[in-house]
Design a protein around this ligand. Sequence first.
Ligand SMILES: [Zn+2]
Length: 186
Amino acid sequence: MRQHATNATLEVVCGPMFAGKTTMLLRRVAEARAAGMVVQIVRPALDHRSAADAIETHGGERMQGISVASAQQVIAAVGEARLVVIDEAHFFGGALAGACEALLHRGVSVIAAGVDIDHFGGAFEPFPALFAMAHAVHRLQGTCARCGQPSTHTQRLVPGGARIVVGGAEAYEPRCAACFEPSAAD
Ligand SMILES: [Zn+2]
């Protein structure tokens, strides 16, 4: 059991692509700011799908944030914020779990969102470690593009064995576990 000397909390928002994770993040940011909390939004520099300094839903809703290259830079980006919101957390890899723990120790709350199952069908770091630390986990589902059941997996539609390939609807679609076909590794 990990000990935190502060009342900071870690919330995890996970699920396949196109499940509404960023929409939920933007709502939580708006609520926290309305309550007077200083919030910093952080996103991976690797994700070039939206403007470098903003997070954006597939519907085009957006908020300003900071683009960083590594989990260590997430800590450096905190500034005066009491809540750090991290989108596309899976792009940061396992190191993000340690960064989140360091933030909690400093009294900074964290909401981390991302894809918890990779396109091979395996657990996507840092989520297993984040689940173990989280005060709350919101597992969102979208709709399977094949059969209409709730989606839990992200189907890769283009060839290639790399674990992280940045892409949108041209490269991925949401599927249920029954319709999901794991990508083959190189
Ligand atoms: Zn399905």
